[in-house]
Design a binder for this molecule. Structure first.
Ligand code: E4P
Length: 218
């Protein structure tokens, strides 16, 4: 399973890259806003900086809701760097835009997926990635990981090439469960990935090893 970091924060992206566990980055307008970047030129510059830090796909989301606007924005985004993946919401105009981008060799990430039917439509249009939002489904008492399982089954029944990018992944058990379900990618904050590291037996074992080493040197 690939790990993407779900942030636009350059320091966190650098830290994750140094850990050697990062295959790509996802952003969305809310994550970009969190970094307080003002103006379209600065936003585009920020995407370029992310692409320089990570050698892998970087999702950059369109803001337009209409087909023409999505195409114009998506083409500009794709020109920023070869690793840019244009993130498009699952709407009728979004589907048309994904089909256009697919036919023109531009990679896409179909976002805001909350049902298997939406994921099926995104795959039909040739989306490179589909982003089912696990955590936001859990927030409304639906099982987000169940949706991942459903999409994995449907895609494997028909051999769809669209990669399942589990999004809105917020804690270590989400990552484990998405891996068990067969998601191709999980995108989450650095803190969730780091939480996978923790185990009290590792801490105790390390402490004991060091203690025994020190005693043996007296
Ligand atoms: C990723 O690309 C999604 O936009 C993101 O994972 C959403 O996460 P959230 O539900 O924690 O905001």
């Amino acid at each position: 399973m690939k790990f993407f970091i779900d942030t636009a924060n350059l320091e966190q992206i650098k830290e994750a890259v140094q850990l050697g566990i990062i295959d790509g980055v996802t952003t969305n307008p809310s994550l970009m806003a969190k970094e307080n970047i003002k103006g379209i030129d600065n936003i585009y510059q920020h995407y370029k900086e992310i692409c320089e830090i990570v050698d892998g796909p970087v999702s950059a989301e369109v803001i337009s809701l209409d087909y023409e606007g999505m195409i114009e924005e998506g083409e500009k985004l794709a020109k920023l760097h070869p690793n840019i993946v244009v993130k498009v919401p699952i709407t009728a105009d979004g589907l048309k835009a994904i089909r256009y981008f697919t036919d023109n060799g531009i990679k896409t990430n179909c976002t805001l997926i909350f049902s298997a039917g939406q994921a099926l439509l995104a795959a039909k249009c040739g989306a490179t990635y589909v982003s089912p939002f696990v955590g936001r489904l859990d927030d409304i008492s639906h099982d987000g990981v169940d949706l991942i399982r459903q999409i994995v089954d449907i895609y494997s029944n028909y051999g769809f090439q669209t990669q399942i990018l589990a999004a809105s992944v917020r804690h270590p058990m989400h990552i484990i469960e998405c891996a068990e379900a067969g998601a191709d990618v999980a995108t989450c904050p650095l803190s969730s990935m780091l939480a996978l590291l923790n185990h009290p037996l590792t801490d105790n074992g390390l402490k004991q090893f060091l203690k025994d080493y020190e005693n043996s040197q007296k």
